[in-house]
Design a protein around this ligand. Sequence first.
Ligand code: DMJ
Length: 912
Amino acid sequence: MSEAGGCRGCGSSVPQRAPWSLVAATAAFCLVSATSVWTAGAAPMSREERQKLGNQVLEMFDHAYGNYMEHAYPADELMPLTCRGRVRGQEPSRGDVDDALGKFSLTLIDSLDTLVVLNKTKEFEDAVRKVLRDVNLDNDVVVSVFETNIRVLGGLLGGHSLAIMLKEKGEYMQWYNDELLQMAKQLGYKLLPAFNTTSGLPYPRINLKFGIRKPEARTGTETDTCTACAGTLILEFAALSRFTGATIFEEYARKALDFLWEKRQRSSNLVGVTINIHTGDWVRKDSGVGAGIDSYYEYLLKAYVLLGDDSFLERFNTHYDAIMRYISQPPLLLDVHIHKPMLNARTWMDALLAFFPGLQVLKGDIRPAIETHEMLYQVIKKHNFLPEAFTTDFRVHWAQHPLRPEFAESTYFLYKATGDPYYLEVGKTLIENLNKYARVPCGFAAMKDVRTGSHEDRMDSFFLAEMFKYLYLLFADKEDIIFDIEDYIFTTEAHLLPLWLSTTNQSISKKNTTSEYTELDDSNFDWTCPNTQILFPNDPLYAQSIREPLKNVVDKSCPRGIIRVEESFRSGAKPPLRARDFMATNPEHLEILKKMGAASSIDAEDGLRFMQEMIELSSQQQKEQQLPPRAVQIVSHPFFGRVVLTAGPAQFGLDLSKHKETRGFVASSKPYNGCSELTNPEAVMGKIALIQRGQCMFAEKARNIQNAGAIGGIVIDDNEGSSSDTAPLFQMAGDGKDTDDIKIPMLFLFSKEGSIILDAIREYEEVEVLLSDKAKDRDPEMENEEQPSSENDSQSAEQITSSSQEVDLVDQESPEESSLNSQPESLSPADMDNAASVSPSEQISNPMENHETTSLDGECTDLDNQLQEQSETEEDSNPNVSWGKKVQPIDSILADWNEDIEAFEMMEKDEL
Ligand code: DMJ
């Protein structure tokens, strides 16, 4: 190659065409090479240490990929806790997440080009042969068009791109004859029927065998899709067209992008989250840079980089200008309404937006990239991982973390742009946290709850496609990679497409391509490159100077709130009324409410925010009655604390959040249902008793095992196959009587999590667990005994698997245990009683829906204190008013506000 050249730098540069374009896309990269001039700030990292970290990444990849290949392949994904493959239809449905699984060995295909980046050429060659031999793209499965495109089509094209590169080098892949490309083309044709809509926007799902329209297809009735789903096709589809000469793919992807562009909200230049594929109406009018929209923006800029079509850059810049105007509130990125872009649509951010600083680097806007990245890093330092969503005051909103790579991606790009070794330290922390908290004997498990450290039986393919690539590249020197990464662009799934495609088969885009430098109308592109002041500070401490003021942003403050309060104080006005401070008995508050929406637009904005906060507060208060999930951590050999299971709490017995955790060996109780006096007290004495759910009240079971001398109890669900992956977590209720006599801690595990412990007992006999509110660090003493190699890890994992396949407690245990395998339909009356004793509101505690209800240490203290002080002053001056008394119920306040909300919605509709 190369068309690419000049100012290149970090694995995603541009072809050498129009000079203006070149600067626009790569200006940030010219900052690279700062590594050598680094003089202060974070200490430089030695080559030795970088190599060590690079090797660690390789070992981690081997652990993930090796276990997938050994225990899951040809299934789509590895289930790292039960150490087997996830086969769609054979596991309880997880809803939309499963639409990525098409029975096409997803993880293998998604890992192809990672193997080459990580220098595993031999393994790549083997993997390609396996794909060609085993993968069937014609399964009767309904899959997501978006996921299939970015992961499978992208994976095949990335594999092809590197296969032909290797073949040209003359050593590996000499037999290769574009077979992966042929598969990609076959898949491309399978996806095309999805575009059969009047708008040209694709249906969100397609049946790989039957397409959309056939009755057997079981899809094609959807009306809506997400903006990212319709707008993240151009890189793969254009690459497919240019590799094969079949122009239809690029044409369809362009048409969808053109339609989205036409439908942008004209006054704000923003797009909504979901759109009707037939009418083009925005279905969800909130707009951000995270979930649902993210890669639409990414692909506009990267399509320009890969295809050299200026119209994509102009669109990107127009959107970027709007994003920076309305959504960016550094260091935050907050969703707004497309019609009312000054109004925030949410008070929380999602983890997917962590890719945005990386995109800003590609655009060349480094300052806000550094700021947002720093804020995200502080959230990570607090919770070890980025929770799926977190509030503007950095509390956990959705506690899951499915090992997403976006933050690693941005870290890589920022390091390349700044050369600041700080970003190497960030990468090191990511590696440490993955090994410490997500690594299990059979791979890496997603976090079910970053607060408790509990796991989910899930290792998504993007973890191999993206995470290891970005982490390895972060620490690699040029000579560590067998090809020049700068000749390629990363897709959203981090698949590599060669930049020379820009000049191949470009018939479709020719009319839009600027072949010579032309002055574009960039009058409204304030944020556009070249912006040398932002980009070339020529100061090795530049990044650090931007991070410095944000050092404690997460721990000590609520930046936005504080700014607003300060501004208000500066202007002599009182700070806006916040829902959490509202007292219906405070005449001043009532006066403020009356004024809201009437006077200035600022008052109106405060009023709407107040309404939103009230709604959130109300649902939060309802949820406050719920106890958070707990953790059961297996601490004995060979788990050493690595497997953490999500457990439901009990409303009786020892409260694990207030007391020290309980640790002990486990023993099955006899009878297994624990509904009568135990016949094996000697076995459970001083241990944690395992009891099966059903046939009597939870409290009765607890009393029986306590009387037998157990120090804790784990109730295991009797509904075979139930799992906290697919069902809301239980809280075990008491029996309606006084349960103060129950002193031991009791936790509930669904059947799948429970069987992990039962399997372990069968295999290792002595199994020790820790019952706690949050997983604890691994036991250092145990660590010393730990077998170091991943080979050993996978051996033990293999043993667990085989045991999990063979375990049959019914055969081994007492007759009462025969109900272990009973189906939900065969619930006994006592089961019914048991279920009835737990009201739905008491029971359901789904982490995906669960807002964190208690403040974390040190969060928002400044703002809270200021507002609290203010409220106290008001209280003092009015002795008749006191907190918690005479407060109008939230419901009635909400009813009062309902009319206004409806009016606001009408207003929005009218504007459409
Ligand atoms: C990946 O599949 C892609 O990066 C996609 O664009 C959104 N995020 C997931 C991983 O989090």
